[in-house]
Structures are given as structure tokens and as C-alpha cells.
Design a protein. Sequence first.
Length: 486
Amino acid sequence: MRDSIRGPLAPARLLAMVFGLGLAISACNEGDDGVSAPTCPEGCGPNMICQSDGSCACASDFRDCDGKPSNGCEHQGNTCDGPCVGEDDAAFCSRLNKTCGDVTGKDNCDVARTATCGSCPDGKTCGADNTCSCKPESDAAFCSRLGKNCGDVIGTDNCNIARSATCGSCPDGQTCGDDKTCSCKAEDDAAFCARLGKNCGEVTDKDNCGTARTATCGTCPTGQTCGDDNTCACIPEDDATFCSRQSKECGSFAGSDNCGKSRTVDCGTCEGNATCGAPVPNICGPCVGETDAQLCTKANATCGQLHTTDRCGDPRIVADCGACADGTSCLADNSCGEPDGVWLHDTCFRRGNTIVLCATNLTCIRTYTGGVTNWEGVCKQACESDADCTTGGSCASVGKTDGQKFCGTPRSPGDACSSWRGSADVCHDPSRAEETFLECLGGTCSYVCDYDGNLGAPPYDCPAGQSCGDGRVRDPQTNFNLHLCE
């Protein structure tokens, strides 16, 4: 019978099979009593029928020889002694306990074959035995998974195997803690102060790790002070120290102070009559008198000749402190103004009740007297010495050595001259002897020794080396012929 099953199917037999299959299918859909057949939730494979309990079973004359319901009932006949059906790759790999890679072996039919048994999931690797096993993570992954980033770390890796790995080192400014993680390394006080640019006093601020702290940033060296900004700054020396350090004793001096800053300082005045800058600048030296201009300024003199004493105690004559504007005159006090009377070299007189007087500080030097109420003269500045001549000139005796003294422009013996009665000229010889008579006669300063009509000895002496000669000059004031020394 086995042979007849395996042989070719006769037409009658084939028809019977088709008919039987139709009955089976019909039985799955409807029972003998016309009631609906049971339903198998997952459906049944080929050559199978759904039973009343919802399970699948082989149809009549069919067998499930490979034990796989999903294949249905693949063998027809009463036994499974038919040709071997090779298993699929999944069954082949499963039977050999292989889960990955290409596997070569004998299948269920003892036939050599090669099948691809799949690939391993992430985190696993296919070994030489074609089974997936855990793939050990790298040191970097090991450290990262454990949240470590520095030092040597011991722990269990992703395959649950104990291991040790070096998890790196910390960057500058950080340190590796006991938990093998890098954290900020707080700077010391010196670095804290240096980073903030502070070098003195107590400083409160955030350190390199962002933590508020207070540090002592040191003290300042001698000559410096700690400012509000906690930095040392130079203490400027006082003026006296500035001058002393640079050996300056007086006057205005410009230089750099102890802090390197440019300063101009008054280094004081010299004691006594010492002079600043004579001859070394800013050093007290021998007394040096003021300039003429300084003397005029000190005396408030704006015009004329000034007789004064300078700061060294020496008598000084300033020839001219300036000129006055038109319409004003240089008064006796060396100021410009309107005279309150007749001015220098002009005529003063009295003729009865008419009186014309000289300005204040001037004297009328009489040239004619005709009585108490009738006289005439010339306005001059009377003097006893050159110091009295504020209007200019020198103090000289008119005519005789013991004659009237007034100020004028000195003319030496033999010089051309104008009469003092109408000009500033005055004949003057500082070395002339007593009992001589010096006068401007005929336009020349000459010594007079005698006059016509004198029957006695000449009334005036001649200077040494001269004698009374016969030469005569008429004096227009007296109309006398005067004898001159020759």
C-alpha cells in the first residue's frame, strides 16, 4: 500500500481526494445539522480543518510530518515514511544553536549546507562559534557610561566584567577628585590677587571657580600707599622735599617728582641779601641788585631819573624810568602829571602883586633881585646830593663851590654848554677845589678867576696847573668882563 501511495495517482483516486477535500472544507464551514462551523482565530494551514474547540487538525488522509503546524499537513497518506523534506534556514540555525553569521553543517535530512543565521544586536558581537555575545565597550565608553573623566577607574563594564581604565586627565585650572571627575581647582590668594590686578589690602570678589572670597593682597612698599582700588600708588613728596631732593634752594623749579610726575615748585627765597640764581640757577649766591626796570617798578617810578638803594644796599641811579605823554611832565616823585606851578627851567618871578611860583618840590633860583616885591629866577630842583635829583641830572653848585646847589645835566670844564638859566645844563667838576668859580660863559664851561675893575687880588682860585689869564668874556647877566683861568 505504501508503494501505491507514493506512485502516480489514478484518476479515480484523484477525484476521490478532491471530493474528500471539498467535504472537509464544507465541514469547516457548516456542521451536519446546518449550524455554523467553529472558527480558528489564527486560521489553519494547508490540508487542515478547524475543529469545534478552535484548534486545527489534519484533514483525512493527511499527516503533519515535520511538526510545524504553520506548514499545514504536508504529507498525504497514513504514515510519514515518505521522502525527507529539508528544514528552512531558521530551523537549521535554531537546531544547531547558531544565532549569527554564515553557518555550514548538515540539515535535518543530513545534507551539508550553509545558511546565514542573522546578525547580532547593538552591543553584541558574533563569535567564532556563530553565537552572539557581549561586545566589551571601549575605555572611553566605559568612562563615559560611569560618568568619570579623570584618573584610574575600577568598575563593571557593559558585559558585567570587572575592569580598570584610565579616564583621562583634567585641564589646566581643574583637579581630579575622589569621585574621578574634574572640578575647578581654586586659585591661591596670590593668583586671585594677580588675576584681579590687586596688590594691596583686603579684596573681596569671585575667584576663578566663581566662588566669592576675600583675600589679603599684600602691603605697599615705603613711599607708596594702598588706594581705594587696592593698588599701590606713589605718595607725592611735598614741595620742600621735592626741592631738597634736587638740591634747589630758591626760585621756581620744574622737574619730575619722586613719582615721576612733572611738577613746577617754588623753592623759596634766599636769606639776607643773597640772590637766587647768581650764578647757578635755583641756588642762593652773592647778592645781585635789581635791574633798572625792576628798581623803577619797586619805587613806583614811571618817569625821570631815580635815585634809590637796591636790595644789596648799594645806591643806584636809574637814568630814566620812562617818558611822559604829551601834556604831562615828570614830577618830583617820578610820576607823570600836570605840575601845580612853573616847571623846570622856566621863569619864576614877582612883580608887585603878581607872583608866579614854581611847582611843588621845585625851587626858584633867583637871577635878579630888585627888592622884596620885585625879583626873578629860574625853577630848579634844589639838592644836597645826587639822590635828591629825581627830575634827572646831578647835584652841582652854581658858580662857587659853596653856591646854590640844584640838579641839572652835568657839563665838564671845556664842554659846550647852555646857560643854566634857560636849560638843564649845569657846569660841574666833581673834583674841583674850594674857592673856584665854574660857570657857562660864551657857550663853554670855564673857570672864572677875576673881573675888570678889581684892584685887589683875584677873588677866585684856578685849578691846579692853570693861572688867571688876560682873556675876558662878558657876562650877559652882570655885564662884567670876566677873566678866565688858562
